[in-house]
Design a protein around this ligand. Structure first.
Ligand code: BGC
Length: 279
């Protein structure tokens, strides 16, 4: 049964991912937090990864446990290989396996290109791109070891890369971030091609402007929000739950034939909004 929130938007409450084991990286805040909770709501047991902010991660765990599923918080920096292998092997110990990886952890270190330090460039590439690769690689190994378990899912495993509209929209002042997300697009498609014969589905969700701490300055004041809305034909800033429901659907068997796709969840931000009136 589907239900609606108080603004009339659909919220999913049926057990789409019943019995599946999910890992969400960067799950103590923003999109990751909502996604971890959203997967728990539809029946998954969830590992809540975080790198800093243990309290917040524990709160997410408690919220997920409220749905009658299992969850625990795991501290790991996704850009560190040994921490990623440790995180997946603990998950296999505690939950038996992994069925769904949401490679979500990401950050911004904004600067004009001529002012950008190598450290700012490197940090963003390390977390947003290398971090997703390391998590995907370790999850894929476990998917291939286990293979398909038909009572659980048609696929041996699902990887959802959290990308961004900036995988295709250039973004001045954010060259490190845009380059990392452009990299995520080609990494995701290549992994999808390589892993599909093993019945592993790799896809991406590309959020537009979502109300989270990462872009607070873009929606915090009425003036900033009005500016932002000019870029969004659907005329509202997204909520983290908009992304959570998209991830849950994409990870479920309802989307079993979707491989290597990017689902843009952006209120139309990628539709060249300037052309509404121009051109
Ligand atoms: C960025 C946000 C930005 C949005 C739309 C996201 O990927 O992290 O800061 O508001 O793209 O531009």
């Amino acid at each position: 049964m589907g239900t609606s929130d108080n603004e009339g938007r659909r919220t999913t409450s049926y057990p789409l991912l019943k019995g599946q084991k999910a890992l969400v990286t960067g799950a103590n805040s923003g999109i990751g937090r909502a996604t971890a909770i959203g997967l728990g709501r539809v029946g998954a047991d969830v590992v809540v990864n975080y790198v800093a902010g243990r309290e917040a991660a524990e709160e997410v765990v408690r919220e997920i446990e409220g749905f009658g599923v299992r969850a625990y918080a795991h501290e790991a920096d996704v850009s560190q290989e040994d921490q990623v292998t440790g995180m997946i092997s603990r998950m296999v110990d505690e939950f038996g396996t992994i069925d769904v990886l949401v490679a979500n952890a990401g950050l911004q270190r904004d600067a004009a290109a001529t002012e950008m330090t190598l450290a700012q460039w490197q940090k963003v590439l390390d977390v947003n791109l290398t971090g997703q690769f390391l998590c995907a690689r370790e999850a894929a190994k476990e998917f291939m070891r286990r293979g398909v378990v038909p009572e659980v899912s048609c696929a041996a495993g699902k990887i959802i890369c959290m990308s961004s509209v900036h995988q295709i929209i250039p973004w001045a002042g954010h060259v490190n971030y845009a380059a990392s997300k452009g990299g995520v697009l080609m990494m995701m498609q290549t992994l999808a091609q390589e892993l599909a014969p093993h019945r592993i589905r790799v896809n991406a969700v590309a959020p537009g402007a979502i109300r989270t701490p990462i872009n607070r300055s873009a929606w915090e004041s009425a003036e900033a929000e009005a500016d932002l809305l000019r870029l969004i034909p659907y005329n509202r800033v997204g909520d983290p739950e908009d992304i959570a429901t998209a991830v849950a659907a994409l990870a479920s068997d309802l989307f079993d034939y979707v491989v290597g796709a990017t689902l843009y969840v952006d209120g139309g931000m990628t539709l060249f909004p300037g052309f509404e009136t121009g051109g």
